[in-house]
Design a protein around this ligand. Structure first.
Ligand SMILES: [Fe+2]
Ligand SMILES: [Fe+2]
Length: 360
């Protein structure tokens, strides 16, 4: 039960828990009590779970069976995907590796330091603790007895990470769109790739939300972080698009590290809750996975997506945004030679140089 004397605060709290309709507004004099109900993947005609206000979600990780029964909103309809996901094969996904592009100039150093700062904030906000020796590969997660990361902690981290990761593509796409229509010039094909990246990140988020519902505190953190990050990225992109793409490239390097660690934790038997869990239907449909695919399979797809974003943004940061075509949308004269593409067949971890990207 959350109580407030302010109708505005009550409305804000109602929105913060995901727009789930309050069961009752009680109006004794000026006091408004809002009973908030949390709704975890059941249909609306199933009994709603009412629980007290808390700062962290008490909701257990859901079994996928109950999640796959029905969509969360009775008005939801299946629609054709605006950006169908490219097909990745198992070997391509297994070959994804952690990589780092060395900072080579002042702009790169601003980008990498901004990412390191953000990474530190993320770690605090999501309670992330991973033995540095495990993180660096010196020690196997199997040898760790006091293991800090749990299924729920990973979910909190994924959800927070993905809620932020969906911002840059749309900001960059919006600004390039506006520039194109005010300068009466073509965009050279960048906008679609940028918007597609934002869409892909939102699909990651929606997938994780099928597995875990964050509590009120986390939701407020996400709202606050988006407000700050959107505006900061918007202003930064106006000042230096190149630095912003490099920043996203470094951010995606971190995302690949995060998902690689989560996958190795599953392999080491540290996350038994994930071992027999099936990927939710939204993931099976989006990535065109085999029915019965596991959470581990799903994380392999997501890690491959992050590696793709890493490549795309490091490459875009190597180009002249006013002059150069988007190499990931270009048709090449000799398709037998490796070129930038939509898939991950010729993935370049640290991006394509300008000469490579513009070759025919
Ligand atoms: Fe993502
Ligand atoms: Fe990403």
């Amino acid at each position: 039960m959350l109580s407030t004397r302010s109708p505005i605060l009550a409305k804000t709290a109602y929105r913060a828990v995901g727009g789930v309709k309050p069961l009752a507004y009680q109006l004794p004099t000026a006091r408004i009590s809002v009973v908030l109900c949390q709704y975890h993947g059941a249909t609306l005609n199933q009994p709603l779970q009412v629980r007290s206000f808390s700062f962290t979600s008490k909701a257990p990780l859901q079994t996928t069976q109950s999640l796959q029964i029905s969509p969360t909103n009775p008005n939801q309809r299946e629609t054709k995907q605006s950006w169908p996901h490219p097909i990745y094969n198992e070997k391509q996904m297994a070959d994804i590796e952690i990589a780092h592009r060395k900072a080579r100039n002042f702009s790169d150093r601003i980008a990498i330091n901004a990412v390191r700062f953000l990474r530190g904030m993320f770690d605090i906000a999501t309670g992330y603790k991973h033995d540095p020796k495990i993180a660096s590969g010196e020690k196997s997660p199997k040898e760790e007895t006091q293991f800090a990361m749990t299924e729920k902690k990973w979910m909190v981290r994924f959800i927070f990470l993905e809620s932020i990761a969906g911002v840059p593509g749309f900001v960059a796409g919006t600004l390039r769109h506006l520039k194109s229509i005010r300068s009466l010039r073509r965009d050279n094909g960048w906008i679609e790739t940028l918007l597609e990246e934002g869409y892909n990140e939102r699909m990651h988020l929606l997938t994780f939300l099928k597995l875990h519902q964050p509590g009120l505190f986390m939701r407020l953190m996400i709202i606050g972080a988006q407000g700050v990050f959107y505006n900061a990225f918007f202003l930064s992109y106006l000042l230096s698009p190149r630095t912003c793409h490099r920043f996203v490239g470094y951010l995606e390097e971190e995302a690949v590290i995060t998902y690689t660690r989560a996958i190795s934790d599953i392999d080491a038997g540290k996350l038994p809750g994930f071992e027999n869990m099936k990927a939710p239907q939204i993931a099976v449909d989006y990535w065109k996975m085999n029915p019965g695919a596991s959470i581990r399979d799903m994380l392999l797809y997501i890690r491959a997506d992050e590696a793709k974003h890493r490549e795309v943004n490091h490459t875009l940061a190597n180009l002249d945004g006013d002059m150069d075509p988007n190499p990931f949308m270009t048709e090449y004269e000799d398709p037998s030679k490796p070129h930038p593409s939509k898939g991950i067949a010729h993935l370049k971890n640290t991006g394509w140089s300008r000469d490579e990207a513009l070759s025919k």
